[in-house]
Design a binder for this molecule. Structure first.
Ligand code: ADP
Length: 300
């Protein structure tokens, strides 16, 4: 079931065309990623979906309704980059305030427990760490028990451990049946969390696929290195169509190729009863896919 439909979205700020032509659909229960470098138009896209900005062109339907439809407020939770909460507001007060916006708010006690904020209820916003602020903003996006949660740059500014914890949390939210739209410029985050993603560059969708599909669609080289447990003839490896080159570095063999190279190499080894020690694989990543799609790194 389609819950969000974006068709030929266009949005400009004066002379700056932030979103040129963006189309995609989000299905119920998925984590849909919007990936792209800074300035690509990601935030503008989700602000239009959230009803916070009016599009200049195209159509958006959220649960079959116009994004400006007030009845969507109970169905869509939004976490924006800047929460704009007053410094002196405590966690408890913020949760109470946001709960009051909704007809059927979630149990904030359970929510704060899950988010590890149970001990911080009396702490003012200014005294929270970056990770705690982030978790509070997620709690506020979820407090209305939304059907759809829109999360923008969820883990920016978090340390690697806090980032991983947040990912676990998002997987838990999805498991509870919430559809999630996740804006990110972190490849690892997109690869780990998203069922499908739209890669956006300069206001346009340049690819739309699963992370694995995006990577598999690239004609990028892979390298496999290992030490064989017994001598093996290079020709046996070269005979496989996936294998382009075989190099020797002392006792180590390096195989360069494309497609399902790992399967090709391991099956040759298995047939010849050879075990690969110190096996290392250099595979294409989503980052490589992005570079191939846009000619630029997402970090630029
Ligand atoms: P992203 O989220 O991918 O970083 P944004 O949607 O924030 O991209 O921005 C897309 C483009 O629109 C950028 O060039 C940005 O500078 C511009 N932009 C974003 N918000 C505004 C605004 N409120 N006024 C003017 N220009 C804006």
């Amino acid at each position: 079931m389609t819950v969000i439909e974006v068709r030929n979205l266009r949005k400009a700020y004066g002379d700056t065309v932030a979103v040129r032509d963006v189309s995609f659909t989000v299905e119920a229960g998925e984590i849909f990623g919007i990936l792209g470098p800074n300035g690509a138009g990601k935030t503008t896209t989700v602000e239009c979906i959230s009803g916070l900005r009016a599009a200049d062109g195209g159509t958006i339907r959220v649960l079959g309704r116009d994004p400006g439809d007030r009845s969507l407020r109970n169905d869509v939770g939004v976490q924006l980059q800047e929460s704009g909460l007053p410094d002196k507001l405590t966690v408890r007060e913020a949760l109470d305030l946001y709960s009051s916006f909704y007809a059927e708010p979630a149990d904030w006690r359970a929510l704060t427990r899950e988010l590890g904020l149970g001990e911080k209820l009396k702490t003012s916003y200014a005294k929270l760490s970056g990770g705690q602020k982030q978790r509070l903003s997620i709690a506020l996006a979820l407090i209305g028990s939304p059907k759809i949660a829109i999360l923008d740059e969820l883990t920016t500014g978090l340390d690697p451990q806090a980032r991983r914890d947040t990912w676990d949390l998002i997987e838990g939210v999805r498991a509870s049946g919430v559809t999630i739209v996740l804006v990110t410029h972190f490849m690892e985050e997109a690869e780990r969390l998203c069922d499908r993603l739209a890669v956006i560059d300069r206001g346009q969708v340049v690819a739309l696929d699963t992370p694995a599909g995006l990577i598999a669609g690239m004609d990028t080289e892979q390298r496999i290195r290992f030490r064989p447990s017994a001598p093996i003839d290079d020709a046996l490896l070269r005979a496989r169509p996936e294998v382009r080159e075989v190099h020797r570095h002392g006792s180590q063999i390096e195989v360069v190729g494309t497609g399902n190279l790992l399967h090709a190499v391991t099956s040759v080894l298995a047939v010849n009863e050879i075990i690969a020690a110190d096996l290392r694989i250099e595979q294409a990543s989503l980052d490589d896919a992005f570079v191939q799609l846009t000619g630029r790194s997402v970090k630029e």
